[in-house]
Design a protein around this ligand. Sequence first.
Ligand code: LLP
Length: 428
Amino acid sequence: MDHFRLNNGELHCEDVALSEIAAAVGTPVYVYSTATMCRHAAALRTALAPLDDPLIAYAVKANPNSAVIATLARSGLGADVVSGGEYQRARAAGVPGAKIVFSGVGKTEEEMRLALDGGIYQFNLESVEEAELLSAVAAAMGRSAPIGFRVNPDVAGGGHAKITTGAAENKFGIAIGDAVAAYGRIAALPGLAVQGVAVHIGSQLTSLEPLERAFNRVGDLIGELRAAGHDIRVADLGGGLGVPYDPDQPPPPTPAEYGAMVCRIAGDWGTRLVFEPGRLIVGNAGVLLSRAIRVKPGATDPFVIVDAAMNDLMRPALYDAWHRIEAVRPTGAQRTANVVGPVCETGDTFATARRMDQVVAGDLVVFRTAGAYAAAMSSTYNSRPLTPEVLVDGSRWAVVRPRVGVDALIAGDRVPDWIGGCAGEPSS
Ligand code: LLP
């Protein structure tokens, strides 16, 4: 459920006409709905309500805009961060250190110090080597770092091979079969307070089955760790629940179904449960608003060339992801078209042979479900300005990241005064 609706024949975000935003800010532009984010956060909170004090730590990587994090922080969510940058964003947006979990495959000393100084609920460690480094860093600071190991349960989940993290061959965590030995190796290290265990098997999961299998393995592990004398009080179950992108596909499990499964499997573990949802909270809370530059004939279907491109929304190029594309002022006419951006790569294709609203040059279109892993992964490839972001709340809206223009990009470069051209080639 989201808050992007037709009103008087025109798509609105909550009470704001998207054409108003396009006129004021230009296109392409990301537009986020506060009500949608809050609705998703509330649905998950309700689903997890039977649990004792669960921590919902929003996965900042999905959408790191400070206004988004601040909105979710004010609704009581914590943060799951994977870099010093995300840690700083979360803290600056009002997330207390006591609600932050630090995941990530290659934490550096500097990042460890930052989080120890600013406060942290748990480091999810990825290896014994990382634990040894954190031990040294924390001990030198006179601190005790709360930790859990992220275990790899050898359960593949994820909508695409590139976003599957829980298979044995993936780089994440320590093999679940090695976990008891790993906890044993680090138990006596100074500066570490062992308190938990963590798992995350992938993203855009459209079935609960792999999650349930992974959680059962974690439940067994908690029993083994306790039997070996470790005080396991926290279980971080990661994120991963998928969202609907394509209305013609079966919908992914709802937060209520997910919550019921978690309560059934993990409700009696005697641990505080932590969740790291990203896409579930913000995915359907955003659209990429774009304008058709022109329509040109193609070999089979016409090409609709829009002013958004793969640098703005990488997901189709990177994962063959499917995003719904709609006209902001649909006429009712449909046609089959290819939707592409202006970037000089064939990969800059958003849709091929797509039955969709008919659009002509100058029309506004939206890419739906663009609140997660969209602006977050954008770039300035082809020297395109960095796309701005707008947050809507009811009838209010604000630019929450201005467009970074080409002047700023050029001004960011430095041309050393010793540049002399290429030896042996003419200078003009
Ligand atoms: N926790 C950890 C440790 C993660 O690595 C991730 C996502 C999450 C939580 C949040 O997962 P979510 O609830 O959003 O599924 N760029 C890709 C998705 C990459 C996900 C990376 N990790 C995409 O556009 O589909």
